[in-house]
Design a protein around this ligand. Structure first.
Ligand SMILES: Nc1nc2c(ncn2[C@@H]2O[C@H](COP(=O)(O)OP(=O)(O)OP(=O)(O)O)[C@@H](O)[C@H]2O)c(=O)[nH]1
Length: 317
């Protein structure tokens, strides 16, 4: 962070950033230099999804922080105000569609000048975050798009989680699953592309709802979805994917009725190339398609079998 104290320079420094992690870091650096003596906590929902809980991003000089639910309750007090100032604290909530998607809580009363500048910079930060988030979204399904996929896989394979890992004694590992809607061409041919698009959208929503907020759900291609998710082991991953497959199988899609999915998955190791990882999940998906569809296949169970699949048979992405 520069030593500048100029609001304009702070604004420019936020708008220049094209990567979310750097944007968070910059905003936290700004808070540190703008409010060096103030105890504060800064929370945000990193994906801007209202399903996700607020995460603590930054804290300084805080000895006894308020519980998050207390903060949220207090934030509700300023529904129509951009900033809430009491005798002992200043609260700046960020809102999107009536949801609090971020919260800066300062355990002190700011001067009006500092308060205005901080509120302004918080809005600049949020709008830049929102712009970056929109560039990562597929417009039809509202899932993360293909362009974001490689970036996230590399991030995960190199051991950098964007979010803090859950505090569990038995850590979970990352897996990649490829979901493909079965006989989707028939849906388009029988009902038209508009209904086909609706099936893609509804499937995307069900997938998103059935994975955790910290997992990543992508629209990978036309009727294909890629999921980066966590499980303790291979059998837990298999059960989770089978459950999701079952959920979608039980949905009655308007006009179309039942839709099934084939799924191939593999575990993510830190030495993998993205292409190798996708190739493994794709081989498992291919196997699921070849063995009746509407099933989940783990790449790790394909030893020997995968060798029978010739490269020309595999639809690489
Ligand atoms: N409506 C709609 N259709 C799409 C979209 N993207 C791809 N498709 C169609 O999805 C269909 C995929 O067909 P195939 O690759 O033959 O696969 P399938 O019919 O699902 O058969 P299996 O995968 O073998 O079960 C093609 O007809 C594409 O035109 C999209 O965004 N919207």
């Amino acid at each position: 962070m520069t030593t500048s104290t100029c609001g304009h320079e702070y604004t420019i420094s936020l708008l220049e950033l094209k990567e979310e992690r750097a944007l968070y870091q910059q905003f936290c650096d700004i808070l540190q230099s703008l409010l060096p003596e103030q105890p504060l906590s800064f929370f945000i929902r990193p994906s801007l999804s209202n399903k996700e809980a607020l995460k603590l991003i930054y804290q300084q000089h805080v000895s006894e922080p308020l519980a998050l639910h207390e903060m949220l309750e207090k934030a509700q007090l300023c529904m129509s105000k951009p900033v809430l100032i009491s005798k002992s604290y200043t609260c700046m909530p960020l809102r999107l569609d009536d949801q609090v998607i971020g919260l800066l809580w300062i355990y002190a009363v700011l001067t009006p000048a500092n308060c205005n500048l901080t509120a302004h910079l918080m809005n600049v930060f949020f709008h830049q975050l929102h712009t970056l988030a929109l560039a990562r979204i597929d417009p039809l399904s509202q899932l993360l798009n293909r362009q974001t996929f490689d970036e996230k896989v590399l991030e995960i394979a190199s051991g950098q989680g964007f979010l803090q890992p859950r505090d569990e004694p038995d850590p979970r590992r990352w897996y990649l699953a490829l979901f493909d809607i079965d006989h989707f061409k028939r849906v388009n041919d029988s009902f038209g592309h508009v209904i086909g698009d609706e099936v893609i959208l509804l499937t995307a929503q069900h997938l998103k709802e059935n994975f955790r907020a910290e997992d990543y759900v992508f629209r990978y291609g036309g009727e294909e979805f890629a999921i980066l998710f966590q499980a303790h082991n291979d059998s837990e991953a298999q059960s989770l994917l089978d459950r999701v497959r079952g959920v979608i199988r039980s949905v009655t899609f308007p006009q179309v009725g039942q839709v099934t999915l084939s799924v191939g998955f593999t575990d993510v190791t830190d030495v993998m190339q993205v292409s190798e990882l996708v190739n493994q999940a794709d081989m498992a998906l291919y196997h699921a398609k070849q063995h009746g569809r509407d099933r989940v296949v783990f790449y790790g169970t394909l030893e020997g079998v995968s060798l029978q699949v010739t490269t020309s048979d595999i639809e690489l992405f």
